[in-house]
Design a protein around this ligand. Structure first.
Ligand code: ADP
Length: 396
Protein backbone atom coordinates (compact mmCIF):
# COMPACT_ATOMS: atom_id res chain seq x y z
CA UNK A 1 0.00 0.00 0.00
CA UNK A 2 1.37 3.43 -0.96
CA UNK A 3 0.95 6.00 1.82
CA UNK A 4 1.81 9.71 1.64
CA UNK A 5 2.99 11.36 4.83
CA UNK A 6 2.26 15.09 4.64
CA UNK A 7 3.45 18.05 6.70
CA UNK A 8 1.69 21.13 5.32
CA UNK A 9 2.46 24.66 6.50
CA UNK A 10 0.89 27.93 5.45
CA UNK A 11 3.17 28.20 2.38
CA UNK A 12 4.86 24.81 2.22
CA UNK A 13 4.10 21.13 1.83
CA UNK A 14 6.64 18.50 2.84
CA UNK A 15 5.99 14.92 1.85
CA UNK A 16 7.39 11.41 2.21
CA UNK A 17 6.03 8.38 0.38
CA UNK A 18 6.13 4.93 1.92
CA UNK A 19 5.38 1.44 0.80
CA UNK A 20 3.55 -0.05 3.77
CA UNK A 21 3.65 -2.22 5.78
CA UNK A 22 7.26 -2.71 4.56
CA UNK A 23 8.05 0.82 5.87
CA UNK A 24 10.07 1.43 2.72
CA UNK A 25 10.52 5.12 1.93
CA UNK A 26 10.32 5.51 -1.84
CA UNK A 27 10.44 9.30 -2.24
CA UNK A 28 10.33 12.56 -0.34
CA UNK A 29 10.30 16.24 -1.14
CA UNK A 30 9.19 19.75 -0.49
CA UNK A 31 6.94 22.32 -2.13
CA UNK A 32 7.93 25.80 -0.98
CA UNK A 33 6.67 29.35 -1.19
CA UNK A 34 3.17 28.25 -2.22
CA UNK A 35 1.05 31.31 -3.03
CA UNK A 36 4.17 33.49 -3.43
CA UNK A 37 5.92 34.60 -6.63
CA UNK A 38 8.89 32.27 -6.64
CA UNK A 39 7.40 28.92 -5.66
CA UNK A 40 9.42 25.78 -6.29
CA UNK A 41 9.58 22.11 -5.47
CA UNK A 42 12.11 19.34 -5.08
CA UNK A 43 11.60 15.59 -5.12
CA UNK A 44 14.16 13.02 -3.93
CA UNK A 45 13.83 9.40 -5.04
CA UNK A 46 16.33 6.57 -5.28
CA UNK A 47 19.59 8.51 -5.75
CA UNK A 48 18.03 11.31 -7.76
CA UNK A 49 16.98 14.81 -6.85
CA UNK A 50 14.59 16.66 -9.11
CA UNK A 51 14.03 20.41 -8.68
CA UNK A 52 11.80 22.87 -10.49
CA UNK A 53 10.53 26.43 -10.17
CA UNK A 54 6.87 26.79 -11.01
CA UNK A 55 3.94 29.02 -10.13
CA UNK A 56 1.92 27.38 -7.35
CA UNK A 57 -0.99 29.59 -6.40
CA UNK A 58 -2.28 27.39 -3.62
CA UNK A 59 -2.06 23.96 -1.97
CA UNK A 60 -4.38 22.42 -4.60
CA UNK A 61 -1.83 23.44 -7.28
CA UNK A 62 0.95 21.86 -5.22
CA UNK A 63 -0.92 18.57 -4.76
CA UNK A 64 -1.83 18.45 -8.48
CA UNK A 65 1.82 18.99 -9.37
CA UNK A 66 2.95 16.40 -6.84
CA UNK A 67 0.68 13.69 -8.23
CA UNK A 68 1.65 14.59 -11.81
CA UNK A 69 5.38 14.41 -11.04
CA UNK A 70 5.08 11.14 -9.12
CA UNK A 71 3.63 9.57 -12.24
CA UNK A 72 6.12 11.35 -14.61
CA UNK A 73 9.06 10.21 -12.52
CA UNK A 74 7.60 6.69 -12.38
CA UNK A 75 7.57 6.75 -8.59
CA UNK A 76 3.99 5.51 -8.90
CA UNK A 77 2.33 4.15 -12.02
CA UNK A 78 -1.16 5.48 -11.50
CA UNK A 79 -2.95 7.99 -9.25
CA UNK A 80 -4.92 5.01 -7.90
CA UNK A 81 -1.69 3.63 -6.36
CA UNK A 82 -2.03 6.18 -3.55
CA UNK A 83 -4.20 4.51 -0.92
CA UNK A 84 -3.74 6.70 2.12
CA UNK A 85 -2.69 10.19 3.18
CA UNK A 86 -1.38 10.92 6.67
CA UNK A 87 -1.39 14.57 7.71
CA UNK A 88 0.65 16.12 10.49
CA UNK A 89 -1.52 18.43 12.61
CA UNK A 90 0.35 20.35 15.30
CA UNK A 91 -2.47 21.27 17.69
CA UNK A 92 -5.07 18.67 18.61
CA UNK A 93 -6.03 20.43 21.86
CA UNK A 94 -7.88 18.14 24.25
CA UNK A 95 -10.18 17.01 21.44
CA UNK A 96 -7.88 14.44 19.85
CA UNK A 97 -6.34 11.67 21.98
CA UNK A 98 -5.04 9.73 19.00
CA UNK A 99 -4.73 9.78 15.24
CA UNK A 100 -8.09 9.68 13.42
CA UNK A 101 -9.52 9.18 9.95
CA UNK A 102 -10.46 12.62 8.62
CA UNK A 103 -14.15 13.36 8.09
CA UNK A 104 -16.11 16.63 8.16
CA UNK A 105 -16.35 16.51 11.97
CA UNK A 106 -12.56 16.14 12.30
CA UNK A 107 -12.00 19.06 9.90
CA UNK A 108 -14.36 21.20 12.00
CA UNK A 109 -12.55 20.08 15.17
CA UNK A 110 -9.14 21.08 13.78
CA UNK A 111 -10.56 24.43 12.65
CA UNK A 112 -12.04 25.07 16.10
CA UNK A 113 -8.48 24.76 17.41
CA UNK A 114 -7.15 27.60 15.21
CA UNK A 115 -6.95 29.99 18.20
CA UNK A 116 -4.64 27.47 19.96
CA UNK A 117 -2.54 26.71 16.89
CA UNK A 118 -2.76 29.84 14.75
CA UNK A 119 0.61 29.33 13.05
CA UNK A 120 0.15 25.66 12.17
CA UNK A 121 -3.42 24.34 12.02
CA UNK A 122 -4.58 26.49 9.06
CA UNK A 123 -1.70 25.10 6.94
CA UNK A 124 -2.63 21.53 7.89
CA UNK A 125 -6.24 22.17 6.86
CA UNK A 126 -5.10 23.63 3.52
CA UNK A 127 -3.18 20.39 2.89
CA UNK A 128 -6.06 18.13 3.95
CA UNK A 129 -8.56 20.01 1.78
CA UNK A 130 -6.24 20.06 -1.22
CA UNK A 131 -5.87 16.26 -1.14
CA UNK A 132 -9.63 15.89 -0.55
CA UNK A 133 -10.12 17.93 -3.71
CA UNK A 134 -7.66 15.99 -5.89
CA UNK A 135 -8.04 12.49 -4.36
CA UNK A 136 -11.61 12.52 -2.95
CA UNK A 137 -11.80 8.76 -2.51
CA UNK A 138 -8.49 8.26 -0.74
CA UNK A 139 -8.67 7.94 3.06
CA UNK A 140 -6.96 10.72 4.93
CA UNK A 141 -5.68 10.50 8.52
CA UNK A 142 -4.81 13.31 10.96
CA UNK A 143 -1.85 12.70 13.28
CA UNK A 144 -1.50 15.23 16.08
CA UNK A 145 1.72 16.46 17.74
CA UNK A 146 -0.22 16.85 20.97
CA UNK A 147 -2.09 13.55 21.24
CA UNK A 148 0.72 11.52 22.87
CA UNK A 149 0.68 14.05 25.74
CA UNK A 150 -3.04 13.65 26.41
CA UNK A 151 -2.25 11.04 29.09
CA UNK A 152 -0.61 13.75 31.24
CA UNK A 153 -2.56 14.15 34.51
CA UNK A 154 -4.22 17.36 35.62
CA UNK A 155 -1.58 18.21 38.23
CA UNK A 156 1.01 18.25 35.46
CA UNK A 157 -0.99 19.96 32.71
CA UNK A 158 -2.71 22.72 34.70
CA UNK A 159 -0.95 26.05 35.29
CA UNK A 160 -1.34 27.73 38.69
CA UNK A 161 -3.36 30.63 37.22
CA UNK A 162 -7.09 31.56 37.50
CA UNK A 163 -9.25 28.50 36.78
CA UNK A 164 -11.32 30.44 34.26
CA UNK A 165 -8.28 30.69 31.98
CA UNK A 166 -8.44 26.92 31.66
CA UNK A 167 -12.23 26.65 31.61
CA UNK A 168 -12.97 29.51 29.22
CA UNK A 169 -9.73 29.95 27.28
CA UNK A 170 -8.36 26.39 27.24
CA UNK A 171 -5.09 27.54 28.83
CA UNK A 172 -3.22 24.35 29.83
CA UNK A 173 -0.13 22.39 28.87
CA UNK A 174 -0.61 20.52 25.57
CA UNK A 175 2.98 19.55 24.77
CA UNK A 176 4.38 19.11 21.26
CA UNK A 177 6.75 16.81 19.30
CA UNK A 178 4.41 14.05 20.51
CA UNK A 179 4.79 11.99 17.33
CA UNK A 180 8.56 11.94 17.87
CA UNK A 181 8.35 11.08 21.60
CA UNK A 182 5.91 8.28 20.73
CA UNK A 183 8.17 6.97 17.95
CA UNK A 184 11.15 6.88 20.34
CA UNK A 185 9.06 5.14 23.01
CA UNK A 186 7.91 2.45 20.58
CA UNK A 187 11.46 2.00 19.27
CA UNK A 188 13.07 1.47 22.68
CA UNK A 189 10.26 -0.78 23.96
CA UNK A 190 10.71 -2.95 20.88
CA UNK A 191 14.52 -2.89 21.20
CA UNK A 192 14.44 -3.95 24.86
CA UNK A 193 11.35 -6.13 24.44
CA UNK A 194 9.71 -4.41 27.40
CA UNK A 195 6.60 -2.17 27.40
CA UNK A 196 6.94 -1.22 31.07
CA UNK A 197 9.94 1.06 30.95
CA UNK A 198 10.48 4.43 32.60
CA UNK A 199 11.87 6.58 29.81
CA UNK A 200 13.14 10.14 29.47
CA UNK A 201 13.10 11.15 25.79
CA UNK A 202 15.18 14.18 24.78
CA UNK A 203 14.12 15.51 21.36
CA UNK A 204 16.87 18.08 20.87
CA UNK A 205 16.53 19.90 17.55
CA UNK A 206 16.23 23.55 16.78
CA UNK A 207 12.94 23.20 18.64
CA UNK A 208 13.52 20.95 21.64
CA UNK A 209 11.49 19.13 24.26
CA UNK A 210 11.89 16.41 26.88
CA UNK A 211 9.23 13.93 28.02
CA UNK A 212 8.82 11.58 30.98
CA UNK A 213 7.18 8.30 29.93
CA UNK A 214 6.04 5.30 31.95
CA UNK A 215 4.49 2.11 30.54
CA UNK A 216 4.36 3.82 27.10
CA UNK A 217 2.26 6.70 28.51
CA UNK A 218 3.45 10.28 28.71
CA UNK A 219 3.53 11.58 32.31
CA UNK A 220 4.94 15.05 31.63
CA UNK A 221 6.65 17.07 28.93
CA UNK A 222 8.55 20.34 28.79
CA UNK A 223 6.68 22.24 26.07
CA UNK A 224 3.41 23.73 27.23
CA UNK A 225 0.48 25.77 26.00
CA UNK A 226 2.73 26.48 23.01
CA UNK A 227 6.12 25.16 21.80
CA UNK A 228 7.78 28.20 23.40
CA UNK A 229 7.88 26.62 26.86
CA UNK A 230 10.41 24.33 28.53
CA UNK A 231 14.11 24.17 27.78
CA UNK A 232 16.14 26.88 26.04
CA UNK A 233 16.18 26.35 22.26
CA UNK A 234 17.93 27.68 19.14
CA UNK A 235 15.88 30.86 19.02
CA UNK A 236 13.13 30.25 21.63
CA UNK A 237 13.50 31.32 25.24
CA UNK A 238 11.92 28.30 26.93
CA UNK A 239 10.69 28.96 30.49
CA UNK A 240 11.32 32.45 31.87
CA UNK A 241 9.84 34.51 34.70
CA UNK A 242 6.44 35.57 33.24
CA UNK A 243 6.74 39.04 34.81
CA UNK A 244 9.52 39.84 32.35
CA UNK A 245 6.94 39.90 29.54
CA UNK A 246 4.68 42.79 30.65
CA UNK A 247 7.70 44.66 32.09
CA UNK A 248 9.64 44.66 28.79
CA UNK A 249 6.50 45.26 26.70
CA UNK A 250 5.83 48.40 28.69
CA UNK A 251 9.44 49.63 28.73
CA UNK A 252 10.07 49.00 24.99
CA UNK A 253 6.54 49.81 23.89
CA UNK A 254 6.05 46.41 22.22
CA UNK A 255 2.74 44.86 21.24
CA UNK A 256 1.97 41.20 21.92
CA UNK A 257 2.87 40.13 18.37
CA UNK A 258 6.28 41.81 18.59
CA UNK A 259 6.92 40.28 22.01
CA UNK A 260 5.92 36.82 20.82
CA UNK A 261 8.20 37.20 17.81
CA UNK A 262 11.18 38.11 20.00
CA UNK A 263 10.59 35.20 22.40
CA UNK A 264 10.18 32.71 19.53
CA UNK A 265 12.71 33.95 16.99
CA UNK A 266 15.31 36.12 18.71
CA UNK A 267 15.82 34.43 22.06
CA UNK A 268 17.43 31.20 23.30
CA UNK A 269 20.96 30.40 22.09
CA UNK A 270 20.56 33.08 19.40
CA UNK A 271 20.09 35.85 21.99
CA UNK A 272 22.94 34.83 24.29
CA UNK A 273 25.45 34.47 21.42
CA UNK A 274 24.28 37.54 19.45
CA UNK A 275 23.05 35.51 16.49
CA UNK A 276 24.12 31.85 16.54
CA UNK A 277 21.10 29.58 16.06
CA UNK A 278 22.72 26.50 14.57
CA UNK A 279 24.18 24.18 17.20
CA UNK A 280 27.13 23.27 14.95
CA UNK A 281 28.18 26.94 14.93
CA UNK A 282 27.77 27.07 18.70
CA UNK A 283 30.13 24.09 19.06
CA UNK A 284 32.75 25.77 16.85
CA UNK A 285 32.50 29.01 18.79
CA UNK A 286 32.65 27.15 22.13
CA UNK A 287 35.76 25.26 21.05
CA UNK A 288 37.38 28.60 20.16
CA UNK A 289 36.77 29.57 23.79
CA UNK A 290 34.39 32.40 22.93
CA UNK A 291 32.74 33.55 26.12
CA UNK A 292 29.21 34.09 24.71
CA UNK A 293 29.17 30.53 23.37
CA UNK A 294 30.45 29.15 26.67
CA UNK A 295 27.67 30.94 28.56
CA UNK A 296 25.00 29.85 26.04
CA UNK A 297 26.13 26.25 26.19
CA UNK A 298 26.15 26.23 30.00
CA UNK A 299 22.63 27.67 30.04
CA UNK A 300 21.39 25.19 27.42
CA UNK A 301 22.93 22.22 29.26
CA UNK A 302 21.76 23.40 32.71
CA UNK A 303 18.11 23.55 31.66
CA UNK A 304 18.19 20.10 30.06
CA UNK A 305 19.92 18.58 33.08
CA UNK A 306 17.34 20.21 35.40
CA UNK A 307 14.46 18.59 33.51
CA UNK A 308 16.13 15.19 33.24
CA UNK A 309 16.75 15.24 37.02
CA UNK A 310 13.21 16.42 37.69
CA UNK A 311 11.72 13.68 35.48
CA UNK A 312 14.00 11.11 37.12
CA UNK A 313 12.25 12.01 40.41
CA UNK A 314 8.79 12.17 38.82
CA UNK A 315 9.25 8.67 37.40
CA UNK A 316 10.84 7.42 40.64
CA UNK A 317 14.09 6.65 38.79
CA UNK A 318 14.41 5.97 35.09
CA UNK A 319 15.43 2.96 33.02
CA UNK A 320 16.40 4.76 29.83
CA UNK A 321 17.37 8.21 28.57
CA UNK A 322 17.06 8.71 24.80
CA UNK A 323 18.72 11.42 22.72
CA UNK A 324 17.19 12.27 19.36
CA UNK A 325 16.65 14.94 16.63
CA UNK A 326 19.32 17.15 15.02
CA UNK A 327 21.41 17.89 18.12
CA UNK A 328 20.57 14.74 20.10
CA UNK A 329 21.44 12.40 17.21
CA UNK A 330 24.48 14.22 15.83
CA UNK A 331 26.28 16.04 18.62
CA UNK A 332 28.41 13.74 20.79
CA UNK A 333 29.61 16.99 22.37
CA UNK A 334 26.07 18.01 23.52
CA UNK A 335 25.40 14.51 24.90
CA UNK A 336 28.72 14.56 26.76
CA UNK A 337 27.99 17.99 28.26
CA UNK A 338 24.56 16.84 29.46
CA UNK A 339 25.39 13.38 30.81
CA UNK A 340 28.57 14.57 32.57
CA UNK A 341 26.26 16.61 34.81
CA UNK A 342 24.21 13.57 35.83
CA UNK A 343 26.83 11.53 37.69
CA UNK A 344 24.99 12.10 41.01
CA UNK A 345 22.27 9.87 39.52
CA UNK A 346 24.92 7.29 38.57
CA UNK A 347 24.41 7.96 34.87
CA UNK A 348 27.59 7.62 32.81
CA UNK A 349 28.57 7.59 29.14
CA UNK A 350 30.87 5.22 27.34
CA UNK A 351 32.92 7.88 25.54
CA UNK A 352 34.07 5.54 22.82
CA UNK A 353 30.49 4.58 21.99
CA UNK A 354 29.28 8.18 22.27
CA UNK A 355 31.88 9.28 19.74
CA UNK A 356 31.27 6.46 17.29
CA UNK A 357 27.57 6.46 16.55
CA UNK A 358 26.30 4.28 13.76
CA UNK A 359 24.01 6.63 11.83
CA UNK A 360 20.42 5.58 11.28
CA UNK A 361 20.69 2.88 13.96
CA UNK A 362 19.74 2.50 17.62
CA UNK A 363 22.97 3.12 19.59
CA UNK A 364 23.58 2.32 23.26
CA UNK A 365 26.07 4.91 24.57
CA UNK A 366 26.03 4.45 28.37
CA UNK A 367 28.90 2.71 30.15
CA UNK A 368 28.52 -0.63 31.92
CA UNK A 369 28.49 1.07 35.33
CA UNK A 370 25.66 3.47 34.42
CA UNK A 371 22.44 2.83 36.39
CA UNK A 372 20.40 4.21 33.49
CA UNK A 373 20.75 3.07 29.88
CA UNK A 374 21.48 5.96 27.54
CA UNK A 375 20.59 5.60 23.87
CA UNK A 376 20.79 7.62 20.66
CA UNK A 377 17.80 6.84 18.44
CA UNK A 378 17.08 8.58 15.15
CA UNK A 379 13.52 9.85 15.25
CA UNK A 380 11.17 9.48 12.28
CA UNK A 381 7.94 11.44 12.57
CA UNK A 382 7.03 10.89 8.89
CA UNK A 383 7.23 7.12 9.28
CA UNK A 384 5.10 7.30 12.44
CA UNK A 385 2.47 9.25 10.48
CA UNK A 386 2.58 6.64 7.69
CA UNK A 387 2.25 3.80 10.24
CA UNK A 388 -0.78 5.39 11.93
CA UNK A 389 -2.35 6.00 8.52
CA UNK A 390 -1.76 2.44 7.39
CA UNK A 391 -3.08 0.94 10.64
CA UNK A 392 -6.21 3.10 10.69
CA UNK A 393 -7.01 2.34 7.06
CA UNK A 394 -6.41 -1.40 7.37
CA UNK A 395 -8.54 -1.60 10.52
CA UNK A 396 -11.35 0.69 9.35
P1 ADP B 1 14.07 21.22 13.74
O1 ADP B 1 13.35 20.02 13.12
O2 ADP B 1 13.53 21.67 15.04
O3 ADP B 1 14.34 22.33 12.78
P2 ADP B 1 16.40 19.46 13.71
O4 ADP B 1 15.96 18.24 14.45
O5 ADP B 1 16.57 19.36 12.24
O6 ADP B 1 15.53 20.70 14.12
O7 ADP B 1 17.79 19.93 14.36
C1 ADP B 1 18.45 21.06 13.93
C2 ADP B 1 19.60 21.31 14.89
O8 ADP B 1 20.47 20.17 14.88
C3 ADP B 1 20.43 22.51 14.51
O9 ADP B 1 20.73 23.27 15.65
C4 ADP B 1 21.69 21.87 13.97
O10 ADP B 1 22.81 22.67 14.18
C5 ADP B 1 21.80 20.63 14.82
N1 ADP B 1 22.70 19.67 14.19
C6 ADP B 1 22.52 19.01 13.02
N2 ADP B 1 23.63 18.26 12.73
C7 ADP B 1 24.51 18.47 13.73
C8 ADP B 1 25.82 18.00 14.01
N3 ADP B 1 26.47 17.16 13.20
N4 ADP B 1 26.42 18.42 15.15
C9 ADP B 1 25.79 19.28 15.97
N5 ADP B 1 24.56 19.75 15.78
C10 ADP B 1 23.91 19.37 14.67
Amino acid sequence: MIILSINAGSSSLKFSIYKMPEEEKIASGLFERIGLNDSKYSIKYLNNKYEKEVLLENHVDAVLKLVEELINLKIITDIKDIEGIGNRVVQGGDKFFQSVIVDDKVIEGIKELYPLGPLHNPGAISGILAFKNILPNVKSVAVFDTSFHQTIEKENYLYPVPKKWYEDLSVRKYGFHGTSHRYLTDAICKELNNDNLKIITCHLGNGASISAIKDKKCIDTTMGFTPLAGIMMGSRSGNIDPSIVPYVMEKLNLNSQEMSNILNKQSGICAITDGIVDFRDLEVSYKKNESKAITALKMFTRRIVDFIASYYCLLNKADVIIFSAGIGENSSFAREQIISNLSMLDIYLDHEKNNNIEKGKINLISSDKSKVLVYVIPTDEELMIAKDTYNLIVNS
